[in-house]
Design a protein around this ligand. Structure first.
Ligand SMILES: CC(C)[C@H](C(=O)O)[C@@H](O)C(=O)O
Ligand code: SF4
Length: 474
């Protein structure tokens, strides 16, 4: 019987297989950041071990880093300690680190791909749930816990429990103005935040094949929000074109050999998935969340749902609690919800194409009075590229704040936070209670919706801006 993409990559990495035990897999790339690595390094120290493959290990600072005044000492003692600890650990164990202020610093899941470290057919791990992002290249990429981080540091291998396979086939073409973010939010609303549990999802179909690498990363990134263990997309010409010439991509004869192998990684015609979902791309529209989990979303044209409409009692209760926390009333059109803050950034939507599309909406327009908009590039490279293209100017002239690279307002681990009761439209991936700051309320949106919302002050898509100041040039 044929094999799926995920099964092929898995099989090619098994270093030990024994009856009744999980397979032991070789890990090609181990990414580290300040939050989940300290205890792992401590464990190595206690047992007198070294990092087995420093050449396959790379660290970056992202979660605790400020996005303003990065040349000043870090005010928050917890954040400061986290960063100092990572610096000491990387120096002690010989691990390559991209620190705050470095040209390659940024959110770990933006940095790996842009350096060409993330490659098709690779196993990629990181002590971070959004490691699934790297699956966009046809890599098998898992978020792992701190004890597993220690195991990989010490051995460059990891015992892995078997997974089930799910195909999500997106047929047809996405309508104009509908993005990868809208698609993944719609997928999660459809299958639920537990729908992917135990599965590695492979996204396929015409709409997926037409996506750029960056858009594919947005999709795979949020596989975790559907509960999946990983998300993958088969490598193709789009993948190869993205990788060619990147710092760590193979070159010369090795490139040709690599591409020949990567081309074998497609799911076989006769492979069978454990579960299949089919989505009609043409039926999709800009999508936003109204609740406190990423599955509580609806098309922007809809209204806040009435919890009574849910037949399932636990869903009903979850919706009731979500409306209470979010300060929303059933029946309110989503377009009537006003926000205080707009955040463009994160490993979901902090890449150059995201910034370009937000800038295209903002060009010649202004952020509404009373709304603060933060634009935070996912990495320093993204920032430099944006500056070269003049995007920073578009943002600042519109009244948005142009910040330094990092996780920023995606989560409340650094100074960029919502105050209690504040409401955001955010291009990040999580909207649970307190995610962006205690008492903060989050609506997950695409970069285009974020930018349009900044202009109107209420949840909006670019198509809603017809009557608002005309763009000089888009
Ligand atoms: C802090 C880190 C462990 C966490 C994760 O695993 O995802 C963070 O990146 C997040 O997005 O919530
Ligand atoms: S940007 Fe957000 S989701 Fe991504 S790694 Fe940072 S905190 Fe996690």
């Amino acid at each position: 019987m044929g094999r799926t993409l995920a099964e092929k990559v898995w099989d090619d990495h098994v270093v030990r297989r024994a009856e009744g035990e999980p397979d032991l897999l070789f890990i090609d790339l181990h990414l580290l950041h300040e939050v989940t690595s300290p205890q792992a390094f401590d464990g190595l120290r206690k047992s007198g071990r070294a990092v087995r493959r420093t050449d396959l290990t790379i660290a970056t600072e992202d979660h605790n880093t400020p996005t303003l005044d990065i040349d000043k000492p870090i005010a928050d003692p917890v954040s400061r300690t986290q960063l100092e600890t990572l610096r000491k650990n990387c120096a002690d164990f010989g691990v390559r680190l991209h620190s705050l202020g470095d040209d390659e610093q940024g959110v770990v899941h933006v940095v790996g791909p842009q350096l060409g470290l993330t490659q098709p057919g690779a196993t990629v791990v990181c002590g971070d749930s959004h490691t699934s992002t790297h699956g966009a290249f046809g890599a098998l990429a898992f978020g792992i816990g701190t004890s597993q981080v220690e195991h990989v540091l010490a051995t460059q291998t990891l015992p892995m429990a078997p997974f089930r396979t799910m195909a999500i086939t997106v047929e047809g073409e996405l309508p104009d103005g509908v993005t990868a973010k809208d698609l993944i939010l719609a997928i999660i609303a459809r299958i639920g935040t537990g729908g992917g549990q135990g599965y590695v999802i492979e996204y396929r179909g015409e709409a997926i094949e037409k996506l750029s690498m960056e858009a594919r990363m947005t999709i795979c990134n949020m596989s975790i929000e559907a509960g999946a263990r990983a998300g993958m997309i088969a490598p193709d010409e789009t993948t190869f074109a993205y990788l060619r010439g990147r710092d760590h991509a193979p070159s010369g004869a090795e490139w040709d050999e690599a591409v020949a192998y990567w081309k074998t990684l497609r799911t076989d015609e006769d492979a069978v998935f454990d579960h299949e979902v089919v989505i009609d791309a043409a039926a999709l529209a800009p999508f936003v969340t109204w609740g406190t989990n990423p599955g509580q979303g609806a098309p922007l044209s809809a209204a806040v749902p009435d919890p009574q409409q849910y037949a399932d009692p636990s869903e009903r209760l979850a919706a009731e609690k979500a409306l209470e926390y979010m300060g929303l009333t059933a029946g309110t059109p989503l377009r009537d919800i006003s926000v205080d803050t707009v955040f463009v950034g994160s490993c979901t939507n902090g890449r150059i194409e995201d910034l370009r599309s937000a800038a295209a909406v903002l060009q010649g327009r202004k952020v509404a009075d009373g709304v603060r908009m933060l634009v935070v590039p996912g990495s320093v490279r993204v920032a430099l590229q944006a500056v070269q293209e003049g995007l920073d100017k578009v943002f600042t002239e519109a009244g948005a704040e142009w910040r330094h690279a990092g996780c920023s307002m995606c989560l409340g681990m650094n100074p960029d936070q919502l105050a209690p009761g504040e409401r955001s439209a955010s291009t990040s991936n999580r909207n649970f209670e307190g995610r962006q700051g205690k008492g903060g309320r989050t609506h997950l949106v695409s970069p285009q919706v974020a930018a349009a919302t900044a202009v109107t002050g209420t949840l909006a898509s670019p198509a809603d801006l017809a009557g608002v100041p005309v763009p000089v040039e888009v």
